[in-house]
Design a protein around this ligand. Structure first.
Ligand code: C5P
Length: 316
């Protein structure tokens, strides 16, 4: 079979995210959990380079393939992350297969993925890669799908994927697929700590289910603090951020991994504005007053052997 590969492949960045607020409102009949979460994209990026494969003969599907280069600066003594799958278990391949199936297109693609976002961290790397793949497939295969049509496909791939089709901070509800963009917030500076051991999202939600009796919550209080948080982020007022930010999955994640409490304790001793788990973990982050503050606190944390530590800021 003769394949034509386009000469100038497209490269796009796929950002990571942090959850500044995550409330679990309950378990749904489909096994998922009803969420209300505030997500912020951050300046830590995977990148995807996409080249279209065209099929030589009518009715024959051109292949979809992926290769991955991992570019993570691991701290001394840390072992490499679990290998990233390159078959249909990878959300990039699954996204393109699904897009091709639903659009009836016969084209394929080769994607080169550079992985900088740690996996099993709650940083949304796999979901962001999938959203980027959908956008690239839509554009390079000439499908002309609307954002809404892509978003409903994105929701089938994973709860966080629709968020990454939009840009900027957003409140996500439902399973995470109902997006309300939040505009006018100030740039934020962070230190992110990714402990050596990751956490699997289903395990953390299962642990939340087991704890849910102990997690009796006041939803009205939750809503009020989300509104206060958004208002404070718009004003650039960090005074009560610690009261309004929260992550309902943190206690469940802490039960599964001793690293979370170790990182939390280390952060408590430093002058972060506030700090918490992102998503279902295992990454943990602190909010800083400015870039220099973040660099100073990251330097101190790097002496504590807590895993991978980096500074970053919210995407503009
Ligand atoms: O949607 P996604 O594939 O990212 O979800 C991974 C797992 O996380 C699900 O299988 C489910 O166990 C859990 N999850 C959940 N409720 C959500 C999102 C994820 O229970 N809203």
């Amino acid at each position: 079979m003769i394949l034509r590969q386009d000469e100038s492949p497209w490269t796009v960045p796929a950002p990571a995210k942090l959850n500044l607020y995550l409330e679990v409102l309950g378990r749904r009949p489909d096994g998922y959990h009803e969420l209300e979460t505030l997500l912020v994209p951050i300046q830590l990026y995977d990148s995807l380079t996409f080249s279209t494969n065209r099929s030589a003969s009518r009715g024959e599907l051109a292949p979809i393939s992926l290769d991955v280069t991992v570019q993570q600066s691991l701290p001394t003594g840390a072992t490499a992350e679990t290998p990233i799958p390159i078959g249909s278990e990878n959300l990039v391949v699954r996204a393109l297969e699904l897009l091709r199936e639903r659009s009836g297109c016969d084209r394929g693609a080769h994607v080169h993925l550079v992985k900088r976002i740690p996996a099993a961290a709650g940083l949304g790397g796999g979901s962001s890669d999938a959203a980027a793949a959908l956008r690239l497939g839509n554009r390079d295969w000439g499908l002309g799908w609307s954002r809404d049509r892509l978003a409903s496909l994105a929701a089938e791939l994973g709860s966080d994927v629709p968020f990454f089709l939009s840009s900027g901070p957003a409140i996500c509800r439902g399973r995470g697929e109902r997006i309300e963009a939040i505009t006018g917030t100030v740039p934020l500076h962070f230190v992110v700590v990714k402990p050596p051991i990751g956490l699997a999202t289903p395990d953390v939600y299962r642990a939340w289910d087991d704890r849910s009796g102990a997690e009796q919550q006041d939803r009205d209080l939750g809503r009020a603090s989300l509104a206060q948080l958004v208002a404070a982020l718009r004003r650039g007022d960090f005074r009560n951020l610690g009261e309004w930010m929260s992550n309902r999955l943190q206690a469940a994640a802490t039960q599964l991994s001793p690293w979370i409490d170790q990182v939390r304790t280390a952060c408590t001793r430093l002058d972060f504005v506030t700090h918490q788990l992102t998503g279902s973990g295992s990454a943990y982050f602190g909010v800083c007053r400015h870039a220099q503050h973040a660099r100073r606190l990251a330097t101190i944390l790097r002496t504590r052997q807590l895993g991978l530590i980096f500074t970053t800021q919210s995407c503009r």
